[in-house]
Ligand binder design. Structure first.
Ligand code: P5A
Length: 445
């Protein structure tokens, strides 16, 4: 993409309504525009990151054997009356009625709707296990939407639902989700720690939230600091292997780590004092096992091997897809702007032409643009007639992890400069070697 033809409405001033750094930077970098309280339009740069996050979520769900579907945002109130949640959900649910006076709602989550799909099509235990998921917009009429996409009213969620014959099978699905989530967050450059939590309106008492530690997080958390040393890394995992998945859960959840809802001071005090930590965290996901809560009330049963009708065991599993943008920025920025991890960056490299209009500089930038694109990478070429300082400031603000600077002086020696946004370190290389370095870097992501 050439910046002269792109739509990147960066702001010079810091917007006064934004209280936390991720919100400020998303507005300043022209990623989002507030439409009304807690509701945002996604501008091109923001949309690219959102789609990268979606892609990683889809890829990791596919590895776990989970199947994508797409359900509507508007749901019938009758389904929610069956589960009893229509009245329970309270003011967070946006309720509306259609021209025939039928009660509808904008889905805050989809347990009822997916259970309805399941009961309409599946009757036999032979069709289990089954996990369906979607990435779809949700609406929760939060009393105090704030911090931009962090706590929106309309937000994008990955929501998955498992259907199993037995509690043991459903717990394996739970563990599979935990593993898939650990991989998902790490690919986004995040450490998200699973912590025992509360079921809330979804239900069930077996649930973990995934928290990214950050001062601006809305949850208070208590943990054994040893959990911060764990990482999933690039180990191989067989998602059908019950013991393997269970041992990952064991490894990542056996130490004390809880949100304030489930915090237990006596248990916490058993952690050696030097490892007892309290912090704030951003909840980027939550997994639940709630057994037969929905299948019993909504009649989602299968015939088992003894020809008996039994309600299926279920769980649901959510990732805050749009919230993740805020969480990643909170975890990765400096005073100049965002620093995108390679896995989610909107463009792989920024090309800065120090002297637009100079024949050699223009030609070298064009050639680099072509060679980088030919590698399957997406460059953002700042081809505007602007001062170098302004171009650098824009690149730093929007946070591309790599920048290639091209100027007449370097070109006389046959070199351009490759700079890391994270470390600020630069290397002088021929344009060919700079492109090859990028290919090497991105081969790992
Ligand atoms: C699990 C999937 C559920 O709703 N039902 C389907 C279950 N879980 S949850 O924890 O309530 O939500 C899942 C994740 O969505 C994100 N989230 C939000 N993101 C932005 N703004 C909000 N107002 C908001 N509310 C929830 C969180 O990351 C949460 O973990």
């Amino acid at each position: 993409m050439r910046l002269s033809r792109y739509f990147l409405p960066v702001l010079k001033e810091t917007p006064s309504e934004a209280q936390i750094v991720s919100h400020r930077l998303m507005l300043r970098a022209g990623m989002i525009k507030q439409a009304s309280a807690g509701i945002y339009s996604w501008l091109p740069l923001g949309l690219k990151v959102l789609q990268n996050i979606e892609r990683i979520v889809h890829e990791e769900q596919a590895k776990a054997g989970h199947i994508p579907v797409l359900m509507p945002t508007l749901q019938s109130a009758d389904l929610w009356r069956e589960s009893g949640r229509y009245d329970d959900y309270g003011d967070e649910m946006l309720r509306l009625s259609d021209r025939h006076g039928r009660d509808m709602l904008y889905g805050p989550t989809n347990e009822e709707q997916i259970t309805d799909i399941f009961r309409s099509h599946i009757n036999s235990y032979k069709d289990l296990p089954l996990t369906l998921y979607q990435i779809q917009w949700k609406f929760r009429d939060e009393v105090r939407p704030r911090f931009g996409v962090m706590r929106g009213r309309e937000f994008l969620m990955k929501d998955g639902y498992n259907f199993d014959l037995t509690k043991e099978d459903a717990l394996h699905a739970y563990n599979r989700h935990l593993v898939a989530y650990l991989r998902t967050y790490e690919r986004m450059g995040l450490q998200a720690i699973p912590m025992r939590a509360d079921g809330g309106p979804v239900g069930g008492d077996y649930t973990h939230e995934f928290l990214v530690l950050a001062e601006t997080g809305e949850s208070e958390v208590f943990y054994d600091s040893a959990v911060t040393e764990l990482s999933f890394g690039d180990r191989e995992i067989d998602f059908d292997n019950v013991e393997q998945c269970a041992s990952v859960l064991e490894e990542f959840t056996s130490r004390y780590a809880r949100t304030d809802e489930t915090h237990d001071e006596a248990l916490f005090n058993e952690v050696p004092e030097e490892r007892r930590a309290t912090a704030r965290g951003i909840e980027v996901g939550q997994i639940f096992y709630f057994g037969t809560k929905y299948s019993e009330s909504m009649g989602a049963t299968v015939v088992n091997a003894d020809q008996k009708h039994v309600p299926v065991h279920m769980g649901s599993h959510g990732i805050g897809v749009s919230r993740l943008l805020g969480a990643i920025i909170e975890a990765s920025h400096d005073d100049k702007g965002i620093i995108w991890p390679e896995g989610v960056t909107p463009f792989h490299v920024g090309i800065v032409n120090l002297k637009q209009g100079d024949e050699a500089a223009d030609a070298a930038c064009e050639a680099l643009y072509k060679s980088v694109s030919a590698l399957g990478l997406e460059p953002l070429y700042d081809d505007r007639k602007e001062r170098a300082g302004g171009k650098f400031a824009t690149m730093d603000l929007i946070g591309l992890p790599w920048r290639i600077t091209v100027g007449p002086r370097g070109l006389k020696n046959g070199v351009v400069e490759l700079t890391s946004r994270r470390t600020g370190e630069s290397e002088e290389l021929t344009p060919e070697l700079a492109a090859a370095r990028l290919a090497e870097i991105y081969a790992q992501h």
